[in-house]
Design a protein around this ligand. Sequence first.
Ligand SMILES: C[S@@+](CC[C@H](N)C(=O)[O-])C[C@H]1O[C@@H](n2cnc3c(N)ncnc32)[C@H](O)[C@@H]1O
Length: 232
Amino acid sequence: MRIVAEVTARELFAPLGPTYDRYARLLSFGQDPRWRRFLVSRIPRSAIRVVDVATGTAAVAIELAQAVPQRTVAGVDQSPEMLAAGRARVAQAGLADRIDLREGRAESLPFADAEFDALTVTYLLRYVDDPVATMRELARVVRPGGVLAMLEFAVPHGVWRPLWELYVRVGLPVAGAVVSPGWREVGSFLGPSIRGFHERVSIEQVWRDAGISDVRARRLSLGGGMVVWGTT
Ligand SMILES: C[S@@+](CC[C@H](N)C(=O)[O-])C[C@H]1O[C@@H](n2cnc3c(N)ncnc32)[C@H](O)[C@@H]1O
């Protein structure tokens, strides 16, 4: 089961690296960068060593480094293709001396206990078999009292729900298909993945079960995104 999830996420993201940033923004109606900014604002400026898990093309890692000049950021992702696009982006931003991207799995991070002051993670939990065990592993590498913050898609409530359903059932698959076969796959996959995940799992409860304290959450953009944060 673990291997199936790994292969699926790997296959899904392998063709997306070079076009990921442009279309992620387009398919989220331009909300994606706003959500990332709010995520990064949850990390105290005093956090100097930060790790960004499921870093992909390093958008969050770059924003973390740009926010605090003396900060160093480690970015981890299981996809070499996404990381290749991330390295090009980091070099272009002139941040190669402060951002280190490396291949690794969130379920088993290549770091010692308490190595970082804070951690960010974006759009990961839907891809792992055991969300509580994965959150425990993420918390392991953060020092006691350090902050963890996560961005994930969410399902809007009330009148916005039918519009969201229309978008993920029709708009997103069609828009994805127009872009490329890789994005068609993502466009069809995302709606059921987000809906199914939130039916099965309460993110805040997962965090508490993983031993994370002071767990808080904020829904963004009519509930289409959510940021959760807490302390180790
Ligand atoms: C939707 S992308 C998000 C990338 C980036 N965080 C952003 O916001 O642009 C999800 C990323 O999670 C990575 N991923 C999925 N499962 C993973 C796992 N178990 N361990 C590490 N990375 C994983 C994928 O390779 C992909 O780059």
